[in-house]
Design a protein around this ligand. Structure first.
Ligand code: GLN
Length: 379
């Protein structure tokens, strides 16, 4: 078998969902909702079953889907996106990130990744033959040291991965921080591959800035995102890359050979969601703001030290007081004895960290209350 993948372990995030099922635990590990997607999308899905969408769509995405996505993202990003030359539709942002990496890197190229990071990025670099350079985001506010970041850029990386809002630490990069990264990207001629799947889940007063919209950055940015979190359809596997035509032209080919295309009927059904007005996104944010308040208040009442996310729906809990040497063991016991599924923090950090676990609050209120209730068992 390949040496390249010999070091791969199972995704810990996905494994914790299986562990949760095994113990009947409330699963707040892998980040996905247990509430329904918008009814309008489901109604449209039911109709689509009897329409002519059962064969391959155009490999880089059906025309209807790309036009609806271009209209929505043009509005959100404040820049006219061309549906024909500036979008590739992918099987989730998971494929978008992989295809983006393969589009820009050669084997041996270096890629900057902030740590903590979403675990796929490490595997993406290995699969594309690139080498990660990890730059720490320093707790408690997860800032980066500009000098350390510039040191990483001095190694002339081909690309940098930027997850904003960030999974798992909930950081929303300020415009100033992004402008500093932009200056380095320009100076060292580096591509930036963003992961912006939580673009609509940014808590006041924080604001999302699309990296591609910073001066000079459009030409070097591959904006990856997904419909999973925005429309609560993680199982539909719909994502995309937005970038200038010369990059998209290549990414279309990479995507075609990887997967041919995303599911045609699902692309069609979600057009209904892409056409929602701005009110939908306000409501989505209000819902998550409420869930965040509910869940964090519960954790405070349990006296557990935790992060306060600026965006996305994850919270890191400090488990030092429980005296475990291994966060993996803690999570296994937590699922088994307390009945709560969590992700060990070590799977997100390059640095040796074993005192954190990640929970998420993309769940019905009753599920969150049940998780809190069970966590009380720790006290
Ligand atoms: N992004 C989600 C998480 O971090 C789920 C990712 C996945 O498992 N595809 O939990």
């Amino acid at each position: 078998l390949s040496e390249r993948t010999a070091g791969f372990t199972d995704s810990v995030i996905r494994r914790m969902t299986r562990v949760s099922m095994q113990y009947g635990a409330v699963n707040v590990s892998q980040g996905f909702p247990d509430f329904e997607p918008p009814k309008e999308i489901l109604d449209r899905m039911a109709q689509v079953a009897y329409e002519d969408f059962h064969q391959y769509s155009i490999t880089w995405g059906s025309q209807n889907f790309r036009e609806a996505l271009a209209a929505k993202q043009s509005r959100c990003m404040g820049r006219k996106i061309d549906p024909n030359t500036e979008i590739v539709t992918t099987c989730g942002s998971t494929e978008a990130m992989m295809a983006a990496m393969m589009t820009v890197t050669n084997p041996g190229d270096k890629v900057i990744i902030f740590s903590p990071f979403y675990e796929n990025y490490g595997a993406d670099t290995i699969l594309s033959g690139a080498e990660p350079i990890y730059v720490p985001l320093v707790p408690p506010d997860f800032h980066f040291d500009p000098a350390v970041l510039e040191d990483a850029f001095r190694q002339h990386p081909k690309a940098m991965i930027l997850c904003n809002p960030s999974n798992p630490c909930g950081k929303v990069f300020t415009r100033e921080e992004l402008e500093f990264i932009a200056t380095l990207a320009e100076k060292y001629d580096t591509y930036v591959i963003t992961d912006e799947v939580y673009e609509h889940i940014v808590y006041a007063p924080h604001k999302h800035t699309y990296f591609a919209t910073l001066p000079g950055m459009w030409d070097r940015t591959l904006s990856c995102s997904s419909l999973s979190k925005t429309y609560s359809i993680t199982g539909w596997r719909l994502g995309y890359i937005i970038a200038p035509p010369n990059i998209i032209d290549r990414a279309k080919k990479v995507h075609d050979f990887l997967t041919v295309g995303a599911a045609a009927p699902l692309q069609e059904a979600v057009v209904t969601g892409l056409k929602f007005g701005p009110g939908y996104y306000d409501d989505l944010l209000a819902k998550y703001t409420h869930k965040k308040e509910l869940f964090l208040k519960g954790l405070d009442e349990l006296n557990i030290t935790h992060t306060d996310p600026e965006g996305a729906y994850y919270v890191l809990l400090d488990i030092s007081e429980f005296g475990y040497e291994s966060d993996l063991e803690f999570c296994e016991d937590l699922a088994h004895y307390a009945g709560v599924g969590a992700v060990p923090g070590s799977s997100f950090f390059r640095e040796p960290v074993n005192h954190l676990i990640r929970l998420h609050f993309a769940k019905k209120d009753e599920t969150l209350l049940e998780a809190l209730n069970r966590l009380e068992g720790l006290r």
